[in-house]
Design a protein around this ligand. Structure first.
Ligand SMILES: O=C(O)CCC(=O)C(=O)O
Ligand SMILES: [Fe+2]
Length: 341
């Protein structure tokens, strides 16, 4: 089984009835795995992940480090080297085997994510991005910040509108608390990795985790290796890249889980060897590039469960807190850094 790719073109240009049907279909997929895949979603510009990302990751170590992310509990900005963030520290399975947000420090400290990344947001944000100079990468900032980020933000809001329709909550329920546009984009590079290195179980391209925002949009190159937890059968569903380079995976994140009191569950995902290398003992996993848009709620928005999702059968599961409080708690877990009180 795999996650079907849904044609999203009808969402912007069709009758109300067709929009609702599409919204229901997308929401049903989210209910199954916390994930869906979309094609024909309106981002038509060249999504050449490699071309854009390569420019940054090919910079010298010194130039990359000059834009380094500060490893604290604030929103991530700039460059993170291989092994910097530890996704293994953010979630844990509960007694029923379901993945939950980690609430204590009892996690394996030695698991390494074999990836480097650069995180950014729009200019003018209160947490500014340390961009590399335009001399070292001509056009990089303008394309990333000026074109790609707004396109992704628009698509994320459309998908959230579809979820509002699919859940039959008033339109604007989620999207009205995204006005300050604090979404974040991440370009990600997984350097070549010998399969042998995976054997000891300490290194993965990315350990199982859930993302922190409302939803994540994920564009991947043709390498493969991303998998989503298969809730119905156990195990994992490979999100195998298709021939369509614009295809985007969409994943439910913790903020939407909180707001819906667990009615929607987050997509648990990880990155392992691509299918062609899965049963091999040797060989080298080729490098891999992806781009993620983390669609976020306004920092001061209350992302505690909405009253309509709290019932006698489903009592309140999460506290009332702001999006920034939830986000900082989660980012802090990546770095063993506590948010400031
Ligand atoms: O690169 C991927 O396929 C997944 C990355 C990811 O899960 C993340 O950055 O949160
Ligand atoms: Fe993720």
């Amino acid at each position: 089984m795999s996650i079907p790719a849904i044609d999203f073109s009808a969402f912007r240009k069709s009758t109300e009835q067709e929009r609702r049907e599409l919204a229901n279909r997308v929401t049903e997929e989210f209910k199954k795995h916390g994930a869906t895949r979309l094609i024909n979603h309106g981002i038509t510009g060249e999504i050449d992940i490699r071309e854009q990302s390569d420019k940054f990751f090919k910079l010298s170590e010194a130039e990359k480090v000059a834009t380094a992310n500060v490893r604290d509990a604030n929103p991530q900005r700039g460059y993170s080297h291989v092994g910097s963030e530890a996704t293994s520290k953010v979630n844990k399975r509960d007694q029923k085997g379901e993945f939950q947000i980690c609430e204590d420090d009892d996690v394996d400290q030695e698991l390494i994510d074999a990836k480097e990344h650069f995180d950014y947001t729009r200019d003018g944000d209160e947490y500014p991005t340390p961009w590399p100079s335009d001399v070292s990468i001509p056009g990089f900032h303008d394309w990333m910040e000026g074109t790609f980020l707004p396109d992704c933000m628009r698509l994320a809001r459309d998908v959230l509108t579809a979820i509002e329709l699919g859940l039959d909550v008033p339109v604007g329920t989620f999207t009205s608390c995204m006005e300050s546009r604090v979404d974040e984009l991440r370009i990600q590079h997984y350097p070549p990795l010998p399969v042998e290195k995976l054997k000891a179980g300490k290194i993965k391209r990315c350990h199982p985790h859930t993302d922190f925002g409302f939803i994540t949009l994920l564009f991947q190159d043709a390498t493969g290796g991303l998998e989503v937890e298969d809730r119905a059968n156990g195990g994992w569903l490979p999100v195998t890249p298709t021939a369509d380079p614009t295809e985007v995976g969409v994943y439910i994140g913790d903020t939407l889980v909180h707001k819906t009191n667990g009615h929607l569950r987050a997509a648990v995902h990880h990155v392992v060897a691509p299918l062609s290398l899965k049963d091999r003992e040797d060989g080298v996993m080729p490098e891999r590039f992806t781009i993620a848009l983390f669609a976020k709620a306004d920092r001061h928005a209350d992302v505690g469960p909405m009253p309509r999702f709290i019932t006698s059968e489903t009592p309140q599961r999460f506290p009332s807190l702001t999006a920034l409080e939830l986000h900082n708690k989660r980012v802090g877990q990546l770095y063993d850094a506590r948010p400031k009180a």
